[in-house]
Design a protein around this ligand. Structure first.
Ligand code: TRP
Ligand code: ZN
Length: 316
């Protein structure tokens, strides 16, 4: 592994993270191996859609939502956990209390790899109470799950250690991810070289936004979309608006994808991405109509494949 330090370093490095940087063990500074591109499996869209159908059914059977502290959240977590357990992941359920209700994170470690160099990828699994939360954030949760299952199917042996997380209570202020980091020992925090976040990646009137944060991670995502011939824009709206924020605050390099929420698509954006100018990226954001009908399959497919590409490239 070659140590290549990109132009910008994350701020607020802990002493341990600084030590990791100096010894070249922080993942975001790795040179992503070009051979990883060929090795990355295509993520089957139908499988991601099947997970979304299950999350939709869970919401329908539980009062129309999958919100923190409600039965639809726990059922969502149990669904994801069962798939991961069957695929050979080591899963941990982390319990916490917020607003007087019990919440959970689900953390899934893929056995193997260098546990001093951990790549994490996460999505929040809770919805708002107003609706089933299929784009926000069944989409990220389902694509992340299918990527983890693809890791298992491939019998992938990455050089780095892979850890996936499904966060609870993001909609209450990133409670799950903040709890995870608060409880993590400093030494374990320093082992995490990068965190990838996926919150809303199947918006019905989609944009293709790549978090404008750690340069090495951002470049790896952009390389994938360049290969597809799909233009991207830097995502800056999300600073502080999803579960990558606590990681960034802890000095961990972050990146991720976003297909848009309540902001309105401009004419220039419609010209390059299609869809409808003058309309929100997701008109059903935080609403009861955020159902499996609220998903753009092309955006979901591209973003799921990009997710897997970056997980492979940064962990190989
Ligand atoms: N985190 C927000 C939510 O779950 C969604 C969101 C809005 C977002 N804008 C964003 C996520 C920008 C990432 C980036 O309600
Ligand atoms: Zn969200």
């Amino acid at each position: 592994m070659k140590l290549s330090v990109p132009g910008r370093l994350p701020t607020a490095l802990t002493a341990a993270a600084t030590a990791a940087l100096l010894t070249g063990t922080s993942l975001a500074w790795a040179d992503p191996a070009p051979r990883a591109a060929a090795a990355t499996p295509d993520i089957p869209l139908a499988n991601v859609q099947a997970h979304l159908a299950q999350l939709q059914s869970i919401a329908t059977a539980n009062g129309g939502n999958r919100a923190h502290g409600r039965p639809g959240y726990r059922a969502s977590l149990d669904y994801v956990k069962a798939k991961l357990d069957a695929a050979g992941f080591t899963t941990t359920v982390q319990q916490f209390t917020s607003s007087g209700r019990t919440g959970y994170n689900l953390v899934a470690d893929w056995p193997g790899g260098d546990t001093d160099r951990v790549l994490m990828a996460g999505s929040h699994l809770d919805s708002v109470s107003a609706g089933p939360g299929i784009n926000d954030n069944g989409s990220g949760s389902a694509a992340l799950l299918e990527t983890a299952l693809a890791v298992s199917r491939a019998g992938y042996h990455p050089a780095k250690h892979l850890r996936f997380a499904w966060w609870g209570a993001e909609e209450l202020g990133m409670v799950g991810s903040r709890t995870y980091l608060n409880r993590l020992a400093a030494a374990d925090r320093a082992r995490i070289g990068g965190y990838l976040n996926f919150d809303m990646i199947g918006s019905p009137n989609p944009g293709y936004f790549v978090y404008d944060d750690d340069p090495a991670i951002e470049k790896t995502f952009k390389d994938y979309f360049t290969g597809l011939g799909v233009a991207t824009e830097p995502e800056t709206e999300g600073d502080g608006r999803s579960d990558h924020a606590p990681f960034k605050n802890a000095g961990i390099p972050v990146g991720g994808l976003f297909s848009g929420a309540d902001y309105v698509k401009t004419a220039a954006q419609a010209a390059k991405w299609g869809g409808t100018a003058g309309r929100a990226f997701d008109r059903c954001y935080h609403a009861s109509c955020d159902t499996s009908a609220d998903i753009d399959a092309t955006a979901l497919n591209r973003n799921a494949d990009a997710l897997a590409y970056v997980v492979w490239a940064l962990s190989s």
